[in-house]
Unconditional design. Structure first.
Length: 305
């Protein structure tokens, strides 16, 4: 169990390195298993690409983050390219992986939370991720679970409307309160991006998304802290799916990004960072050999027909 891990500190040999489990702050208090720290045994080869296991979800599906065309890929080779999260930033709507339509052509000033955060328009990054999935993984779709990806737009302070200052719950959990990450998605009906799953919003075209800021903290990253010895570190910044806040003094939406020094930061949503797709494999997938141990030279190879 992870009872001795201090999530206000980065992962280390004395603060979490390996595979852990918890039923705290999980969906329906079910057990999830997750990797933390500088682990070497969570490599997977699937669909023509290498991946790293983030965790075993509460439903038994296996969450993977893209590693690249080679297991040792770093830098930009560990991404599928760069993108803004949202190129439009002047409304609370634009913290959304999918978002509502503000009331004028310039993209400002939604007048209600529901208008800002209803799932009408794809973000820039959602469009690019789903196009990549369509072109590269659609033939493997039957092996991929529709578990979902949480773009947690629940409020911490503010209204989430127009150009009013608002902080979102991921900021509160991971910075302001007790630095307690969670695997749950508080408003799954609107914020859990799924394709056809009664637990989510069914607002995605394909079963691909991004890592959450909470998952980064479970894995050993921390806001504003360096951590080069962590399996998520690639040497370049890339996006998470988690909102941060809307800065009213600058009229700009922000989201959590993973930094080039191995931690979390808040970034303007129109910043150009890397994209590392995240998928979930079905719980009943098989590997091609029982001798595979998940290391860089002997990754788990998913059996596909």
């Amino acid at each position: 169990p992870d009872t001795n891990i201090d999530f206000s500190k980065i992962s280390s040999n004395s603060n979490g390195k390996g595979l852990y489990y918890t039923s705290k702050n999980t969906e329906d208090n079910r057990i999830t298993y997750y990797f933390r720290g500088d682990v070497k045994n969570n490599y997977v080869y699937f669909g023509g690409y290498y991946w790293r296991i983030i965790r075993i979800n509460e439903d038994g599906s296996i969450r993977l983050i893209y590693q690249g065309e080679s297991a040792d890929a770093t830098g930009s080779k560990a991404t599928i390219g760069n993108s803004a999260f949202n190129s439009r930033v002047g409304d609370n709507a634009f913290v959304g992986y999918r978002h509502g339509r503000p009331t004028n052509d310039l993209g400002y000033w939604s007048t209600s939370y529901e208008q800002a955060h209803r799932n009408e328009v794809d973000s820039d990054i959602k469009i690019k991720l789903e196009n990549w999935y369509k072109e590269n993984l659609l033939s493997y779709d039957s092996y991929i679970a529709d578990t979902g990806f949480c773009n947690d737009r629940s409020l911490s302070t503010g209204t989430g409307v127009g150009n009013q200052y608002t902080s979102y719950k991921p900021l509160w959990r991971l910075l302001k309160y007790d630095k307690a990450p969670q695997f749950t998605c508080p408003n799954a009906a609107n914020d859990l991006f799924t394709v056809n799953n009664s637990n989510g919003n069914n607002a995605s075209k394909y079963k691909v998304g991004l890592i959450t800021a909470d998952e980064v903290v479970y894995a050993g990253g921390l806001y504003g802290e360096k951590n080069y010895s962590n399996f998520l570190y690639t040497g370049v910044p890339y996006w998470t799916i988690s909102p941060y806040c809307f800065r009213d003094e600058m009229s700009i939406a922000t989201a959590f990004s993973y930094t080039d020094y191995g931690g979390l930061s808040d970034s303007y949503s129109n910043s150009i960072f890397g994209m590392r797709p995240v998928i979930n494999l079905n719980s009943n997938i098989e590997i091609t050999s029982t001798t595979q141990n998940g290391t860089i030279n002997n990754p788990y190879i998913v059996k596909t027909i």
